[in-house]
Design a protein. Structure first.
Lengths: 730, 198
């Protein structure tokens, strides 16, 4: 499931919840303002909602900032950009908010303080004193009038009281005038046609003062508006009964004065209320401003982080996409964030990765083709019997095929990348070969063809050509063949021709010479003296013997030069070996001859006579090698083995004689190469020829423990060319 | 069973606790607390006369020096007596039948140098030369009808709760809104609760 939409909806849900909460607070405020009686009920909730809002914002913001710090420390892609954006946004929001906050606080303090300037308070106090003075003057005047009238009443009989009160009330403009007795009973009264205060409870201080014979004056505000001046004065009487009465008069304050008094009272009261609210007002404003600042600041920072993350999210995607592309993942496709510039950038990135993917696919296909071609070339090179080397212009080995390994006797493939001068230790042949190559390439010879002899007896035909392309020369291709066998064959053919000519040229005169010598002996035998006869006999005998020797040699030459006419049959090699060995055992006793045969050896397709000739020559050579040695031993063994062309039968003849001379070892199979004084030097040459006629090979070497060995390998299966020749002969 | 008044008390206490930090910062809160310690309903009872339940109560509204000074500076103080009649219900919250407040406005008339105690509901006022006289008069409630017989279910049990309160009076709504969280004058006494006699 994609997480991004869930996050988006969760974010929308949070914003919607916050908006609803804000609306609820506004509704509470509206209801509170409409009905002040509900205000005290709602105000804690309004405050609570605000505080909860601040706490929630603080928690959310702390979580966001913690995530941001964690991502920043972990070097999460895009975190630094987010942090920088948040810092900029935060600074852009916080600094103006703080400025506005500080200026608002200062303005608020100064504004509220200006409401309560000393001059205003002083003015109000003066107005109050002035009002009191004016009212006091009025009250004293009314009191004095009451006292004077009370003195008049003291001399007046009770029957005249009502009339006197009425006259005085009308004259003075009083609301009512009463003569009150000791116990508060009304003795006489004159009342204006308005609501009377008669019957209302008199103030205690009034009663106490008049009982102490002191006048009383007071000013009372009325709940119906206006003011009432109440005056009372004791009526000093000289009656012996001690009657005590007092005059109570109530006056209405003139309207104008009452209004002025109300105005002063109202102003004083308003100012006093405001003055007591001075600090609470400041505190409330400060708290309100602080709460608003916190809400605004936390909201702004939270939104800044949200916006920064939203802004940097495509950048994060781009960074991750770029890293993925850098690691070779060209299938990366980023989601389109919007249709703005960032969306264009992401679209461009997607297009780029698409093109890169195509190019990568093309490159992969091309590389695969190149690899395929390379593999084909490697197969071709591996299949070639001709050695191939590729050397760059720095004379470093680049390519070498399997034939090169075989011919040069070194693992060329493992030496790829090495300098030609550093491969001398690998094998003597490669050392000589690389030396010859370096000599020519250093001389600037880039195209040449030569035969190069390699130790001990190898000869290579080498061709060199520059390897060039449009960019210029990139190296050299060295192609070479081991022509040692070819040269040997050519040499053998030449020697065969020599032998054939020698046999032909020498054999013809031998018979006449022998015949002439025998005739000469028969004609002159008995005609000469004894001494001459003896000389003749020795001379003719010597001639006949030497002619016989020459015939033997000519026969050997003839045998060597004779064209192969094999009579191939399937034969048991082990049986043939044993037969020939038994023959020598019966004739000679110069050495101990042992036979070891491999019972798993199948029948081979060979000429029995020629094979016996091979065994005869090898055994004769071996026995001659151990001749005269007291512990001379010759071992003949057969073995089944496997060669590159299939199973082979091996004939191994070993002796413990003096071995081959080192200087002759390389040419031991060449005609006329022998260390024996009476040998023709054709024995091993003939053996080799017979072996090659059967499709086999021959090798000879000295044994480390002394003596020598000759190893003949013959194919077990019928060689194709041999079968072909047999079919042609048939 | 928890009474509705008790629930309101607990709710107010919870809110008060949550606002403790804010209130602690409010100027004059110490003086207000001192005043609140003595604000109480001293006695209260109900007389049933002619099917009318009349409340008689005596409450004390001791004001500290700050409020006294503020009063003489022109500030108006409301002394209130809130009465709640609730019907008890089993397994559920109590049902509030009556919730009325007797509000009296105490002010200082600077020109005449008299304390005026005015009934907010009727507009009737009394004038006193001393503040203590005015406060005593403000705490005296006699024969205040709070509920009539037809409002009551004969098979139910009712409780009546009374508490005294002091509020800052005569203030515009705008001004009250401005200082609503720093007005330390608004205080109430504990509830004085008893079962309504039948």
């Amino acid at each position: 499931m994609d997480i991004a939409p869930v996050r988006r909806w969760r974010s929308y849900g949070t914003i919607a919840f916050a908006a609803l909460l804000g609306l609820a607070v506004l509704a509470l405020l509206a209801r509170s303002v409409e009905n002040s009686s509900q205000f005290s009920r709602w105000q804690p909730w309004v405050l609570l909602v605000n505080i909860v809002g601040v706490i929630v914002l603080f928690v959310l913001l702390t979580r966001k900032i913690w995530q941001l710090v964690r991502d920043y420390r972990n070097h999460v892609p895009g975190s630094r950009l987010t942090a920088r954006t948040v810092s900029i946004f935060g600074a852009l929001v916080i600094v103006p908010l703080l400025l506005v906050y500080l200026f608002s606080l200062e303005f608020l303090n100064r504004g509220i303080d200006s409401w309560f300037r000393v001059e205003v308070k002083q003015g109000l106090g003066d107005a109050l004193v002035l009002s009191r003075s004016a009212l006091d003057l009025r009250m004293r005047e009314q009191g004095r009038r009451t006292e004077e009238f009370a003195a008049v009443l003291a001399e007046m009989p009770d029957s005249d009281l009502a009339y006197a009160l009425d006259v005085e009330r009308r004259t003075s403009g009083a609301l009512e005038m009463l003569v009150v007795g000791r116990n508060g009973e009304v003795l006489a009264a004159s009342i204006e046609a308005r609501e009377s205060l008669v019957g209302t409870e008199l103030p205690q201080e009034l009663l106490m003062q008049v009982r102490d014979n002191r006048p009383y004056t007071s000013l009372e505000p009325l709940d119906i508006g206006g003011y009432l001046i109440t005056t009372a004065a004791p009526i000093q009487e000289g009656a012996p009964d001690g009657r005590r009465r007092f005059l109570l008069a109530r006056y209405d304050l003139p309207r104008q004065l009452a209004e002025l008094t109300d105005a002063v009272q109202h102003a004083y009261s308003q100012y006093g209320e405001l003055a007591t609210l001075r600090e609470p007002l400041k505190y409330s404003f400060r708290l309100t401003l602080t709460l608003v600042l916190l809400l605004a600041m936390l909201s702004a920072i939270y939104l800044a982080i949200q916006s920064a993350q939203r802004l940097t999210r495509p950048v994060q995607d781009l960074i991750q996409g770029t890293r993925a592309v850098g690691k070779g993942d060209f299938a990366t496709k980023l989601p389109l964030p919007s249709r703005d510039e960032m969306g264009f950038l992401v679209q461009s990135f997607n297009d780029m990765t698409k093109r890169l993917r195509r190019a990568s696919d093309e490159a992969t296909r091309s590389r695969q083709l190149v690899e395929l071609e390379r593999e084909r070339l490697a197969v071709i090179l591996a299949g070639l019997s001709t050695g191939v080397l590729v050397i760059d212009t720095s004379l470093r080995l680049r390519i070498g095929n399997a034939a090169a390994d075989t011919i040069l006797g070194a693992p060329i493939s493992s030496l790829e990348g090495q300098d030609l001068t550093q491969v001398a230790d690998t094998s003597p042949r490669l050392a000589e070969f690389s030396s010859q190559l370096l000599e020519r390439l250093s001389a600037g010879e880039t195209t040449w063809q030569e035969e190069i002899p390699l130790p001990p007896d190898r000869v290579l035909r080498v061709a060199c050509a520059p390897l060039a392309d449009a960019a210029g020369e990139r190296g050299y291709v060295i192609v070479f063949d081991d022509i040692t066998s070819l040269l040997h064959a050519q040499r053998a053919a030449a020697w065969g021709e020599v032998a054939r000519r020698l046999a032909h040229e020498i054999r013809n005169p031998l018979t006449p010479i022998q015949l002439a010598a025998e005739r000469l002996r028969r004609r002159l035998q008995g005609k000469l003296g004894a001494e001459d006869s003896s000389i003749l006999e020795r001379a003719t005998h010597t001639i006949v013997q030497q002619v016989e020797a020459l015939k033997s040699m000519v026969n050997a030459f003839s045998e060597y030069a004779r064209a192969p006419e094999l009579k191939l049959t399937f034969l048991d090699l082990n049986a043939t070996v044993r037969e020939v060995v038994e023959l020598y055992r019966a004739q000679e006793a110069v050495a101990m001859i042992t036979v070891t045969t491999d019972s798993s050896l199948p029948q081979i397709y060979a000429d029995s006579g020629r094979l016996r000739q091979v065994l005869n020559n090898l055994l004769a050579n071996a026995l001659e090698a151990v001749d005269g040695m007291p512990d001379g031993a010759v071992d003949v063994s057969t073995l089944r083995s496997s060669g590159p062309k299939g199973d082979i039968a091996v004939i191994m003849v070993t002796d413990n004689g003096h071995g081959f001379q080192k200087e002759m070892l390389a040419r031991v199979f060449d005609p006329y190469v022998t260390s024996k004084p009476r040998g023709t030097g054709l024995g091993l040459a003939i053996v080799k020829k017979i072996a090659e006629e059967h499709g086999g090979t021959i090798a000879a070497d000295n044994r480390p423990e002394g003596g020598a060995y000759v190893r003949v390998e013959l194919p077990v299966a019928v060689p194709r060319e041999m079968a072909q020749s047999q079919r042609e002969l048939a | 069973m928890m009474s509705g008044v008790t629930q309101r008390t607990l709710g107010a206490a919870a809110l008060s606790a949550m606002l403790a930090l804010l209130v602690a910062l409010c100027p004059g809160s110490a003086a207000a607390a001192a005043m609140n310690d003595r604000l109480a309903v001293q006695a209260a009872y109900v007389n049933v006369r002619g099917g009318v339940f009349e409340l008689n109560a005596r409450a004390t509204y001791p004001l500290n020096d700050d409020i006294r000074t503020a009063l003489t500076d022109g500030v108006t103080v409301n002394v209130e007596l809130q009465t709640v009649v609730s019907r008890q219900r089993r397994f559920w919250f109590d049902n509030t039948l009556v919730d009325v407040t007797l509000r009296r406005e105490l002010s200082w008339h600077a020109v005449s140098e008299r304390y005026i105690l005015r009934e907010v509901g009727t507009g009737m006022q009394q004038v006193f030369t001393t503040l203590d006289q005015a406060l005593i008069a403000g705490g005296e409630v006699d024969a205040w009808p709070v509920v009539v017989e037809p409002q009551l279910d004969p098979d139910s049990t009712y409780t009546i709760s009374v508490r005294a309160g002091v509020r800052r009076g005569r203030m515009s709504d705008a001004l009250r809104a401005l200082i609503f969280w720093s007005d330390s004058w608004n205080r109430s006494s504990e509830w004085y609760t008893w079962t309504l006699p039948r």
